[in-house]
Design a protein around this ligand. Structure first.
Ligand SMILES: O=C(CO)[C@H](O)[C@H](O)COP(=O)(O)O
Length: 236
């Protein structure tokens, strides 16, 4: 079974949690886009929902497919966010931001009563950190911020390469006008400690560790679709 088929299976299972009248946070990335496509079909059949997109890219797809959109200014509280992830670790701690949308994704997830993560089984890991951790930074003082990230990680026993994400000849610029530093630590045994340390650095706008935000993960694999609960990270 190819990755796209698995992403569609996870997205379809997430759709079972969507009810008429819901205010939805809509994630970013290839898996979230499969969810948008399936949601659009349901909307065309009469389902009434309104979505808050987590990126301009997702907003464009929603508009193309006639999924009604709003903003967190109009709807500051959402019922459910459905989004993908780069890694899903124990306790449903996530690494996100591979698509560069982590800041809006985190704001939207935090404004939602529930967050469901959808993914194929390759995203499930025993320990976070194999996927480089995206850190969104202010362009001002980039060098100093990178050094501060390196030192903060070092104090936690972490080391690795930091790379400013590029898009063509220049740095990748997020929807918020920031840069992304991808930090390849290889392993993140204490996500909470790293998250706290990163938040103390003034140039860090946000980081891709999502702790205590996901309630459920729907993970599709060749053996079927599993639902993992945040409390147990077990089959429910
Ligand atoms: O965090 C994200 C974007 O910022 C995505 O959810 C994450 O990168 C997963 O993407 P995909 O579903 O394409 O593997």
């Amino acid at each position: 079974m190819d990755a796209t088929t698995l992403k569609i299976k996870a997205a379809r299972a997430a759709l079972d949690h969507v009810e008429n009248g819901m205010k939805l946070g809509i994630g970013t990335g290839s898996t979230a886009e499969e969810f948008v496509r399936l949601l659009a079909e349901r909307v065309a059949e009469g389902l009434s929902v309104v979505g808050v997109p987590t990126s301009e890219r997702t907003a464009r797809l929603c508009r193309e497919l006639s999924v009604p959109l709003s903003t967190l200014d109009e709807l500051p509280e959402l019922d459910l966010t459905v989004d993908g992830a780069d890694e899903i670790g124990p306790g449903l701690v996530l690494v996100k931001g591979g698509g560069g949308a982590l800041l809006r994704e985190k704001i939207v997830a935090a404004a939602s009563r529930r967050m469901i993560v959808i993914a194929d089984e390759t995203k499930l890991v025993g320990e976070l950190g194999r996927f480089p951790l995206p850190v969104e930074v202010n362009p001002f003082g980039l060098g100093a911020t990178r050094l501060a990230i390196e030192r903060a990680a070092g104090r936690l026993g972490l080391s690795g390469t930091l790379k400013t994400r590029m898009a063509g000849d220049g740095p990748f610029v997020t929807d918020g006008g920031h840069f992304i530093v991808d930090a390849s630590f290889g392993r993140i045994p204490e996500p909470r400690a790293l998250a706290d340390a990163l938040k103390e650095i003034p140039g860090v706008v946000e980081h891709g560790l999502f702790i205590g935000l996901a309630d459920l993960a729907i993970v599709a694999g060749t053996d079927g679709v599993r639902t993992l609960d945040a409390a147990t990270h077990d089959r429910t």
